[in-house]
Design a protein around this ligand. Sequence first.
Ligand code: PLP
Length: 401
Amino acid sequence: MAETVAPSVADNQLERLDDEGTRQRYDLLERSESMTGVIALGRGDPDLPTPGHIVEAAKRAIERGADRVSDPAGLPELRRAIAAKLERENGVTVDPAGGVVVTTGGQEGLFLLVQAILGRGDEILVPDPRYTSYDVAIQMAGAKMVSVPTEERDGFDLDPGAVEQRITDRTRVLLLITPGNPTAGTITPPNLRRIAEIARKHDLLVISDEIYEKLLYDGAEHLSIGSLPGMAERTITLNGFSKTYCMTGWRVGYLAGPRKVMRRVRRLKDLASSCAPVVSQWAGVAALEGPQDAVEEYRRIYEGRRRVVLDGLDRLGFTYGDPRGAFYIFVNAASVGMDSIDLSRKLLEEARVLIFPGTGFGEQWVDYMRVSYLAPEEELAEAMSRVEACLGLRGGNGGAA
Ligand code: PLP
């Protein structure tokens, strides 16, 4: 059997591809699972329930019979709903027949897309800190990731000049994630417009990961780069249902873009898993076509939680880039005088609060931590209070424990 394995696959042992930060994150998660009473501010999957009408639509699909696979690109009904949503809400025009592929979560989408558009030696520009799931996908494609730094003081907005400076004759793709993970920063519309000009000038494809588009605070605006002039033919929009509709476990997401790219993605999707789960696809139709009240209701809940955590961080004297989106805060904990891996371990062992170290999002973020506020306000207040007590910065009963 061994000789039938392509050398590139044999080379790509996950152990070597996974970065140290990812391993540390897994270790922390594993340790936290063996403990009791841990308040988890680590992971990124919403704790709120999937809205009832979506669950009902899935039940009806099961009763009607959802026994057969769909086209690898997804149910036509869902692809049409996605294309209509992109046109209506994002100003992005895609062909539902050839320009949309439904994936088993955005996670699979990003992996397949990277394999479809990058080859050996190609370069992709990736803003840093970053969502490192892209890293392994890029390495497996044999491509080179070129980091574009972003800064806390700019709210981790992306500087168009920093992007352009790093373009070489091998640069093929630019990755944009707005609002961002782990930074919760947004790329402001004026910067996004200049970045679109740069992409056109240098003939780049753009991956626009907009999975947090609905989670915005303090008047932040979302602009889809695929809606700007000349961008539809070079932008692949990635989105999904996990964050907006609290559907992480349903595993459904999508990619939408130019037909020539999407044809390759569809082929890879067919090879990977035939199609996304059909019951989840029907749930996706209900999510996009049904009432949207829960989206705003949930956003308000996150807004309240965000306030609780920010107040706690301010009391601790920590700084952070303005968190204008998603449900994270990328916190600068340098004032503690301990690297964030040790700090995460200490907080887990002594305060029973799980927070991921910044190194899970790029090697150099040793002073940072990513806090996610995916727990009720009382728990978040208790967590902040425990952190204060653990670090000896307060009496430890400042929270609503
Ligand atoms: N893109 C970003 C930036 C994410 O943070 C995530 C999940 O955390 C995903 C994509 C994938 O999400 P899912 O597979 O749940 O759709």
